[in-house]
Design a protein around this ligand. Structure first.
Ligand SMILES: Cc1cn([C@H]2C[C@H](O)[C@@H](COP(=O)(O)OP(=O)(O)O[C@H]3O[C@H](C)C(=O)[C@H](O)[C@H]3O)O2)c(=O)[nH]c1=O
Length: 176
């Protein structure tokens, strides 16, 4: 397993060891001791799976009182995954990292609690999986606009398919 740090504190890119043979491939998508040795040692309490069509963008979301750490992977298709530093006390406040995760590179991203997260779909369909360190609480969910000019994310698409909720998210500068 190869771990790469990013410009955002604690956000890691993980490349699990993939075993390929004439049948296909095998990889361990999570192993508690190995991931704990990389600093991913908070217990996971919920696994999520979303499927989206090409052009969908989900995000940018975060949780206010019970922020979730997320271990993200893609089992089908390709997405551009983004984490944004929304902590005004952070030296990297307002900065983001973005990376393509797909069913060929098998890359994963660890996003600690406290970051905003979103992704857009680059393939006909994408199956998106993430392990969370806290439970879902709809009353605790909020977010920021995908195309916030102060963050200026270089999304690889221009007119995403957004949920009604995501079309009305505030800008980072508007957060209280
Ligand atoms: C997130 C979530 C949603 N739901 C239900 C609530 C809605 O009826 C339906 C779709 O929810 P939503 O539109 O909020 O799903 P996404 O837009 O994929 O939200 C997620 O998108 C970005 C990428 C994230 O990182 C967050 O985990 C999360 O905000 O699933 C649940 O029952 N449990 C959950 O944990």
């Amino acid at each position: 397993m190869k771990i790469t740090t990013t410009a955002l504190p604690g956000v890691l890119i993980i490349e699990p060891k993939t075993f390929r043979d004439t049948r296909g491939f095998f990889l361990e998508t999570f192993q508690s001791e190995r991931y704990a040795s990389a600093g991913i040692d908070q217990p996971f309490v919920q696994d999520n799976h979303s499927r989206s069509q090409r052009g969908v963008l989900r995000g940018l979301h975060f949780q206010r009182q019970r922020p979730q750490g997320k271990l993200i992977s893609v089992s089908r298709g390709s997405v551009f995954d983004v984490a944004v530093d929304i902590d005004p006390k952070s030296a990297t406040f307002g900065q983001y990292v973005g990376i393509e995760l797909n069913d060929d590179n098998h890359l994963q991203v660890w996003i600690p609690a406290g970051y905003a997260h979103g992704f857009c779909v680059l393939s006909e369909v994408a199956d998106f999986h993430y392990k969370c360190t806290d439970f879902y609480d709809p009353s605790d969910e909020t977010g920021i606009m995908w195309n916030d000019p102060d963050i200026n994310i270089a999304w690889p698409l221009h007119s995403p398919l957004l949920s009604a909720k995501d079309q009305q998210l505030p800008l980072l500068r508007e957060l209280k």
